[in-house]
Design a binder for this molecule. Sequence first.
Ligand code: B12
Ligand code: SF4
Length: 517
Amino acid sequence: MIKIGLLSLQNFATPLGLGYLISWYNKYSKYKDEVEFKIVEIARDDGQILVAPHEIVKSLVDFDVVGITTITQDHMSTVEVCDLLYKKNIHVILGGHHVSALPDKLPKSSKVGVIGEGEITFQELIDLYVEKRGFPKDNLANIDGLCFHTDDGGVAKTKARARILDADSIPPPDREYYDQAHFIPRFRWKNKVVGSILTSRGCPYLCVFCSSSAHWTRLFKYFSAEYVVDEMIYLHKKYDVTIFQIFDDLGTVTRKRWEKIRDLLKEKGYLGKFEFHAQCRADIFDEEVCRLFKELNFTELEFGIEAGTQETLNYLKNVKKNIQGVEHNWRAINLCLKYNMNVWVQLIVGSPNETIEDVKETLRFTEIPGVRFQVCLLTPLPGTPLWEDCLRKGLVSNDMDWSRLHLELTDQTFFNRIYVNEKIPKIELWNLLKVKLESNVVTEVNQIELSFKTFYNMFKLLAHNPRTYSRIYSRKLKLYILAYMRKFAGMIFLTTNVSNSPMVTHSNNSGNSNLID
Ligand code: B12
Ligand code: SF4
């Protein structure tokens, strides 16, 4: 039996991508009975991996081949893990967003990289391994969607892998392979079981900061209503999932399909029994869609509001005309408040031409009672239009220190971050942001999924390397201590109550929007 380990450097949510790879292989490969898969999930607390690379490798030594899903901010840890596995003669396959965006930079210690959608490429690779007990380069050259090292020290790329056109032909991720602790009722989710699902892949838009379109080739494909409802009911029956986190980039835009999903859930007796959390685009979220989502029981929606001024919004959305208007953003928030749905707004500051007044306009979205927010510094991730721009300006390079793109913001990390704004001194922006991050502490504390293991892991890493890890964990530890106080000392942290929130209106002229009771 060939043993394949698939590594995810997070255990916050079930790594769906890895689950799809296994389900596809088990459905379509003629060698499925000769291969055994295991998914290894590494503890993470939001931004930070909580286990050191040498410890991670201890859980991987029994595999013949290890596949790792890569994201940019974890790339240095990924390379450390690859190097340690290489020394143990274990073949490593990389896949996911980072390696797909920078295939030429495939680490020396990994055998091969899978670019873009992974299922078919992965199947062909593992089949090759079953047949040859290795990855001969002559054979690799015949598999689409790969990068691998050549004998002259370069990296070869094969033909781009075509996307799977019939989404329903992709079997849902087999949840048996995940840590089953994902499926216990969660304290922070009203003691219910939460399941994550995808109802679509890809996005045709090309926002400057987002790597999705590059990764999925701008082809938007979605699972049919029947497929989605079957997966939901399966998760409910098997694991008692009643809250579904929909991780799609753009899946909520398919109105007709969601009407059908509603009808099917109703027909099968599940309408109202499930709760949904999802991302949505403000420009498509009108009252009709809002009512539909309310009927389906969407209780939390997240919007890429991005910016408070149209100019910055257009820059970030990478459009010349106003596809998503600032007024759409206000409308989306108002509708959620009106229909008593929780709303998260995602904001981005630090665009090249933003002034301090523009940033203040954006940050007004953080002041709406009942609305949760996350503020990010604009970050040039590889594969994005912004990355190309920053490459031209010499702000980033293919060999850079990837911690400079780490998304979490603390006063220790902010000044190390790549900064693309040309108008505001970094310290001035930080002073504005710091206040917002501090004011978000209550929300963050309430979001923390308390786990003694996580807390213990943080201490272990601190003891292992106090200099590095105290920089990373000081804020997290503070939040954890507060969260424990909340739990054990019965401290009450007040969250804003959506149902009591005033409505919000926006006047475009002087940015003088008002809150109306
Ligand atoms: C759900 C989600 C999360 C969830 C779960 C993460 C997970 N890994 O499943 C949570 C909330 C935990 C999360 C956290 C973060 N996320 Co996130 N997340 C997503 C999201 C929306 C969907 C992921 C998903 O399930 N995709 C669908 C599956 C089918 O695709 P996939 O995972 O990429 O896998 C396919 C292929 O890429 C490939 N593949 C992937 N891995 C491998 C490995 C091998 C061996 C092979 C052969 C193939 C292969 O095959 C799979 C099947 O086709 C994506 C955006 C997106 N649309 O992908 C962002 C995204 C992956 N996240 C991103 C980021 C930045 C983060 C955070 C750093 C945010 C933060 N501030 O902390 C953390 C990092 C945590 C981590 N290590 O993953 C970025 C990564 C960009 C980059 N270049 O690095 C993305 C792309 C969003 C974006 N557009 O910018 N995230
Ligand atoms: S941010 Fe959203 S809309 Fe923009 S390209 Fe990414 S997935 Fe598409």
